[in-house]
Design a protein around this ligand. Structure first.
Ligand code: TRP
Length: 443
């Protein structure tokens, strides 16, 4: 039992397989769609720096804690909290929040993923070429308000996600991560090489890495912190679940560092791909969620070879989304397998169908979509992440925590530092985001 495979519930075949699957979960719409537009909205450089700080000081410590809970129990989220805290303990609700959150996030995330897929189709069929800015803007508005098209896109995306999750941990999730992630990186590097040739690259680079302290706002700091959660897939047991398939001897800290580096690197690369394109075309960059779906097609329509670039870009976006939707569905699936003894097949079909149904209102209208997005990112994820941090920092025994941290790790000397950060800094920082989210502004 090389992987410490408990009752045949699955295990990663290789170390790199785990890193790619977890990085696949982390790298998603958050990196390529959301991060560039919130960076643009918050004025670039200073926001990026704060974001990097949040990844290192909050995201990474929580990721280590989450993976630890999964790896030590070899169980999915509800069962894992029960095993560590005892039957009937209130901490188990963290597991329930995770499963609920997985259902809710996936239900609207799959709608956006469906749009990405739709744009692959549009770029292949040449629907962007020769279109004016107004036409392209109208085309996106039409798609995002046309319930029929959105539902169809979402259903196709959910069907693909379910098909891959059906394959199980090793033959489904791991295998596809090992195919999709390298392809994703290749496409990103290809697009970057192209962006390097554009006249706007220098300005874009200075925008992302130039530090202008006066651009910093309190709201920007909190947005950076909230995003560091979402982008690393923290707070709902996704990393916990992937950790539960991890080899007993694997280095949790080293793996977490690799995952966070990949995730952050890809988010920054996405900016260096996108901004040169919009800067060179002279298009307004700070226009929110429309950056990828409106500004970029406008730029592509003006560019030589724009059709091919658009196809590659939206395929990249779809691949990134797919490895993330897989991880969200797996949280629900592993819950039904561990807690109710269901077969993977039944668990995947039932939870996938339920999520698709919950997604329909998100595909039909902005209000429900925004409600789901805000409720999960602003309330459920911070509660889940903070709870996980407190649980590992204050509730579990030092023995378990230390053993999990140092097992096979090159980073064993950082144990005390990590624990200190998790005990004091993380609760304060996450507490602030949470208060802000429920309308209490400290800044
Ligand atoms: N991290 C992914 C992104 O950036 C989204 C995601 C996948 C996620 N699994 C998650 C977010 C679990 C929160 C929790 O797009």
């Amino acid at each position: 039992m090389a992987g410490g495979d408990v009752k045949g519930r699955g295990t990663w075949a290789t170390g790199i397989g785990f890193i790619l699957a977890a990085a696949g979960s982390a790298v998603g719409l958050g990196n390529i769609w959301r991060f560039p537009y919130i960076t643009a909205e918050n004025g670039g450089g200073a926001f990026v720096l704060i974001y990097l700080g949040c990844i290192v000081l909050v995201g990474l410590p929580i990721m280590i804690a989450e993976i630890m809970i999964g790896r030590s129990t070899q169980k999915s989220t509800v069962s894992a909290f029960r095993e560590l805290s005892g039957k009937g303990s209130p901490w188990i609700s963290l597991g329930w929040i995770g499963v609920l959150c997985g259902f809710l996030i996936l239900s609207y995330y799959a709608v956006v993923a469906g749009w990405a897929l739709h744009y692959v189709w549009r770029s292949i069929s040449g629907a962007f070429t020769g279109q004016s800015a107004d036409q392209l803007q109208a085309a996106f508005e039409q798609l995002s308000t046309d319930g029929g098209q959105s539902i169809l896109g979402m259903m196709i995306f959910m069907a693909i996600t379910m098909a891959l999750v059906l394959g199980g941990v090793e033959k489904g999730i791991e295998r596809w991560a090992r195919i999709l992630m390298p392809v994703l990186l290749l496409m990103l590097v290809g697009l970057l090489l192209h962006s390097l040739t554009l006249s706007g690259f220098g300005d874009a680079f200075r925008f992302v890495f130039g530090f202008h302290a006066d651009d910093l706002t309190g709201a920007g700091v909190l947005e950076a912190l909230g995003h560091s959660f979402f982008t690393l897939s923290l707070g709902m047991g996704a990393m916990l679940t992937y950790g539960s398939y991890l080899h007993r001897k694997a280095d949790i800290v080293g793996n977490s560092v690799a995952i966070a580096l990949l995730d952050t690197g890809i988010a920054l690369l996405a900016c260096l791909v996108l901004f040169p394109i919009t800067f060179t075309a002279g298009i307004e960059t700070a226009q929110g969620p429309g950056l990828v779906f409106i500004s970029l097609p406008i730029a592509f329509a003006k560019m030589a070879g724009g059709g091919i670039l658009a196809t590659v870009f939206f395929a990249l976006l779809s691949f990134a989304a797919l490895t993330s939707t897989i991880s969200m569905l797996e949280v629900a699936v592993s819950y039904f397998i561990d807690e109710h003894g269901w077969k993977r097949r039944k668990a995947t079909l039932v939870s996938g169908a339920a999520i698709t149904l919950i997604g329909i209102p998100s595909a039909l209208g902005r209000n429900w979509f925004d409600l789901m997005a805000d409720f999960t990112s602003n309330i459920l994820l911070p509660v889940g992440g903070l709870g996980t941090a407190l649980f590992i920092a204050w509730k579990v025994g030092d023995r378990l925590r230390r053993d999990e941290f140092i097992a096979g790790s090159r980073f064993a000397t950082f144990y005390g530092l990590w624990l200190g950060v998790l005990r004091f800094f993380v609760p304060i920082a996450v507490g602030l985001v949470f208060l802000k989210a429920i309308g209490i502004n400290i800044f």
